[in-house]
Design a protein around this ligand. Structure first.
Ligand code: ZN
Length: 255
């Protein structure tokens, strides 16, 4: 990113949501929130603190500079984003259009985000936070299922550590009529969610079977790759899981 672009981004960001109060927490966590959303701002700040404490070790990546923006429904179209197309309402995302980059969390999560449990919001925040960590270090183009697996597994790992109701969350998911490797875009919002949920389930199962250490191994492997096709992606995951990883992967019905 060149200087001109960075300056432009700062200006654009400051101009877009200027009246948003700023909260600072532990571990360098910063949240700016719509003025009428102080409670949601505090809640997101707490999840951000937890994630910033856990993810460096969990992914093997030091924490990048970032802040979270908790955006009012009325401000959604003014929120920073990577291009000028309007983003779907209620879907959180990570953008590098600002300095520092931002996790954009909507006032109301889209109804497409299911299931809704006490784990939903923290899972969403930690998922986007993991993307922010990975965006700084992984440059290779990755098949979408393997790009989404580390954020899903990391958010599941944080949920386990925090004793969030992850089991309830996993059992309330409906099984779609496709597998992770059989998913293709473009897809409807419901199918995208089902795909993400399959990956959350696979990530949680991998954590249970192989422990958290497979995640930094997988991330380290992704950082080394310069080209990654489907079969290489499967090999990397199997190797990162460790002994028995390939057999385990082949036995997972959602995979
Ligand atoms: Zn994602």
């Amino acid at each position: 990113m060149g200087r001109e672009h960075a300056v432009d981004s700062v200006t654009r960001d400051g101009a877009a949501l200027p009246e948003y109060p700023r909260l600072e927490g532990e571990n360098g966590a910063v949240v700016r929130h719509a003025p009428h959303l102080p409670l949601l701002g505090r809640e997101v700040l707490a999840h951000l603190e937890t994630g910033l404490a856990a993810l460096p070790e969990m992914l093997g990546i030091s924490a990048p500079a970032l802040e979270a923006l908790v955006v009012a429904g009325d401000d959604w179209d003014a929120a920073p984003r990577d291009n000028s197309r309007p983003y779907p309402r209620g879907l959180p995302y990570f953008t590098r259009a600002t300095e520092p980059p931002a996790l954009v969390i909507p006032e109301r999560l889209s109804g497409a985000i299911q299931p809704r449990t006490g784990a939903t919001l923290p899972l969403v925040v930690h998922h986007e936070l993991a993307h922010a960590f990975l965006a700084g270090v992984v440059a290779v183009r990755i098949p979408s299922w393997l790009r989404e697996l580390p954020p899903q597994a990391a958010s599941a790992a944080v949920a386990r550590r925090e004793a969030l109701p992850l089991d309830e969350h996993l059992t309330r998911m409906e099984s779609p009529g496709f597998t992770i490797r059989g998913f293709h875009t473009p897809a409807a919002a419901g199918e995208q969610m089902a795909f993400q949920n399959l990956l959350l389930r696979l990530g949680a199962a991998a954590l249970a079977g192989f422990g958290e250490a497979f995640l930094p191994r997988l991330v380290a492997a992704l950082r080394r790759e310069t080209e990654l096709d489907e079969s290489r992606a499967e090999d990397l995951l199997a190797e990162a899981l460790g002994p028995g990883g390939r057999e385990w992967l082949d036995s997972q019905e959602e995979f």
